[in-house]
Design a protein around this ligand. Structure first.
Ligand SMILES: Nc1ncnc2c1ncn2[C@@H]1O[C@H](COP(=O)(O)OP(=O)(O)OP(=O)(O)O)[C@@H](O)[C@H]1O
Ligand SMILES: *[C@@H]1O[C@H](CO)[C@@H](O)[C@H](O)[C@H]1NC(C)=O
Ligand SMILES: *[C@@H]1O[C@H](CO)[C@@H](O)[C@H](O)[C@H]1NC(C)=O
Ligand SMILES: *[C@@H]1O[C@H](CO)[C@@H](O)[C@H](O)[C@H]1NC(C)=O
Length: 454
């Protein structure tokens, strides 16, 4: 079988996706009744766990099935947004390659027949979740179903939650040739893993964008149509980047339940180094516990690493305030979003530049000239590895940056814009090579050798 599959895949055969996935699932061989109706794209009604399973596993299956059904009903029996893709698209997908896996699921990339690529998520038959369950109960089929409930839960959540910070569900397929639920494949927006180390080396503006996206996501989750949602397993590996935007991809450990309580003492939010006493509300729920848990996790996994370093000095007090207030849970998500937006406004409008000496007067501006593309001296954190390309508010700010760099003899403001709409400026040490460019302006230091000649 393996040989046949690799041969087929090399030819980009139509069944590539299905066959590879079947392989990935390690075909733990389901002895479950096959041939039930599933209708392909439609979610089959979840059957009760078979009687012959070990009682403990049966109980766990009942529980997950109940959770799933409650969740499916929660949006007021709401319209499930059905994705456009279904089993037919999956069977035509090619160029399947594994992207990654976790304890429960395996994720592959696949090219669609109509162009474009998706991420395919299915149960990881050889993953830790299934293995541990099999060790415990010795029932592979039941264990795979237990894991499948997690993916089904994720699909159900993705159908009802729509936000730029949540990976988009394009569709799903229930494989009727096996137990349709266990053979579920979710087709998702394709992303790339979040590389924290790499992110630490990107410009502050890009790191701020990631934190802001996260805050917007948490705001949405706190006020979602399903109630306040907590991400129980909140780690950078649950997120991917799509076109420079942060998106959560792993929702099987999300919960819409808020902890029940009788008194305030029942409501302690515990983290490894810290715990927060919360209030028990009149309706017997720990007030805001889901929102607070998300926010503190955002603080400890994202903000502390991404927010402070190399931020514009005038914004530092605001960022320190964000770090302090989220680290102590003084702010809720509403206030946090508000301060993030304030920082964005200060940054975009250039108000953070405050009163500074005017330095642009030390530069000669030459209209109608640009600089030949190619490298020059490097700086950090540049938007290009070929030279020194930085985001600026204005030519005035660029002049201040150029003055602070000993190699800099001048700069141009390029047509490129960052996500905040700020232009990128290219700083130069060698301005002997100006070329005519009707739309460009070159700023040359008066004291520079080329400046003096002009
Ligand atoms: N949409 C996607 N695009 C690209 N890669 C993805 C996508 N979704 C998930 N991945 C990759 O696949 C891995 C496993 O996915 P996922 O986190 O959903 O599985 P899991 O078994 O629930 O993992 P965990 O054990 O961390 O809970 C992720 O860590 C991520 O790197
Ligand atoms: C916030 O600031 C207070 C007062 O300076 C300090 O005691 C506290 O430790 C800070 N908390 C965090 C999370 O930085
Ligand atoms: C936060 O904002 C949401 C949405 O605007 C609003 O419904 C909610 O009441 C606010 N919560 C607090 C505590 O201000
Ligand atoms: C500046 O660029 C020109 C043309 O590319 C090159 O000939 C010259 O050597 C460069 N000067 C310096 C100091 O690098």
């Amino acid at each position: 079988m393996t040989v046949a599959v690799t041969g087929e895949m090399r030819r980009g055969a139509r069944l590539g996706a299905v066959v590879l996935l079947a392989l990935l699932l390690a075909l733990a061989l389901l002895a479950l009744p096959a041939g039930r109706r599933g209708g392909g794209g439609e979610q089959p009604g979840s059957p009760p766990p078979p009687l012959q399973l070990p009682p403990g596993l049966r109980e766990e299956l009942w529980q997950r099935r109940r959770d799933l059904q409650r969740l499916a009903a929660a949006a007021g029996g709401g319209e499930a947004l059905s994705g456009g893709l279904s089993c037919g698209d999956l069977s035509l997908a090619t160029e399947v390659s594994v992207l990654g896996w976790g304890f429960t699921k395996v994720v592959a990339r696949a090219a669609l027949a109509g162009g474009g690529a998706v991420a395919l998520k299915s149960v990881h038959g050889a993953g830790r979740e299934v293995r541990q369950c099999v060790q415990r109960y010795g029932a592979p089929a039941g264990c795979r179903r237990l894991a499948a409930y997690k993916l089904l839960k994720e699909v159900t959540l993705l159908q009802r939650l729509q936000h730029p910070g949540i990976v988009q569900l394009h569709g799903q397929c229930y494989d009727n040739s096996r137990d349709p639920e266990v053979g579920v494949t979710a087709m998702l927006e394709l992303g790339s893993p979040l590389e924290m180390i790499q992110l630490l080396q990107t410009p502050w503006e890009e790191r701020f964008k990631i934190c802001l996206s996260l805050v917007k996501l948490l705001f949405y989750l706190a006020h979602s149509p399903l109630g306040s949602i907590v991400l129980l397993d909140f780690q950078p590996r649950q997120f991917v980047m799509v076109d420079g935007n942060l998106k959560v991809t792993d929702l099987d450990d999300a919960s819409t339940e808020e902890l029940s309580c009788k008194e305030d003492n029942d409501c302690t939010l515990d983290f490894p180094m810290k715990s927060f006493p919360l209030k028990c509300s009149a309706v017997g729920k720990c007030e805001g516990i889901n929102e607070k848990k998300n926010l503190f996790n955002a603080y400890r996994y994202f903000f502390t690493y991404l927010l402070p370093y190399s931020a514009p000095p005038a914004l530092q007090p605001f960022l320190s305030d964000i770090l302090n207030a989220t680290g102590d849970l003084r702010y809720g998500i509403n206030e946090t979003l508000k301060v993030f937006e304030k920082v964005l406004h200060l940054y975009k409008s250039g108000l953070y530049l405050q009163k500074r000496p005017l330095l642009l007067k030390d530069y000669i501006s030459v209209k109608g000239f640009g600089i030949m593309k190619g490298g020059d001296y490097k700086c950090w954190p540049s938007y290009s590895y070929l030279g020194c390309l930085l985001s600026v508010h204005s030519a005035e700010e660029a002049a201040a940056i150029c003055n602070s760099q000993s190699q800099c003899q001048g700069f141009i403001i390029t047509q490129q814009r960052t996500w905040t709409g700020r232009p990128l400026a290219s700083f130069q040490s060698n301005l002997t090579n100006l070329i005519p460019d009707a739309n460009a302006v070159v700023y040359i230091k008066r004291s520079s050798s080329s400046g003096e000649r002009l």
